[in-house]
Design a binder for this molecule. Structure first.
Ligand SMILES: [Zn+2]
Ligand SMILES: [Zn+2]
Length: 81
């Protein structure tokens, strides 16, 4: 698995793993999928609007969605062996 992203979430104590501070609540962004807190100021790609913050997905979860195989790659061989 290639790791081309340098984004890191907050650790279990709520400290950002990039800048090592504990960000205030208004600088914390929580992923809607894994509910992990992230430091807004250290994100490489921030949500554009406040409306998007409620539906924000962290880089880890959004890369899982986009890395799935395209439908054309689905294989049906191997059936009936
Ligand atoms: Zn940070
Ligand atoms: Zn997530």
């Amino acid at each position: 698995m290639a790791h081309d992203s340098s984004d890191l979430p907050c650790d279990g104590d709520g400290h950002c793993m990039i800048c090592k501070i504990k960000p205030p609540e208004e600088e914390t962004l929580t992923c809607k999928t894994c509910v992990t807190p992230w430091h807004l100021n250290c994100l490489s790609s921030r949500p554009e609007t406040l409306a998007r913050v409620a539906q924000w997905e962290c880089p880890d979860c959004s890369s899982l969605v986009s890395s799935g195989p395209p439908p054309a790659v689905r294989r049906w061989r191997g059936v009936g062996i």
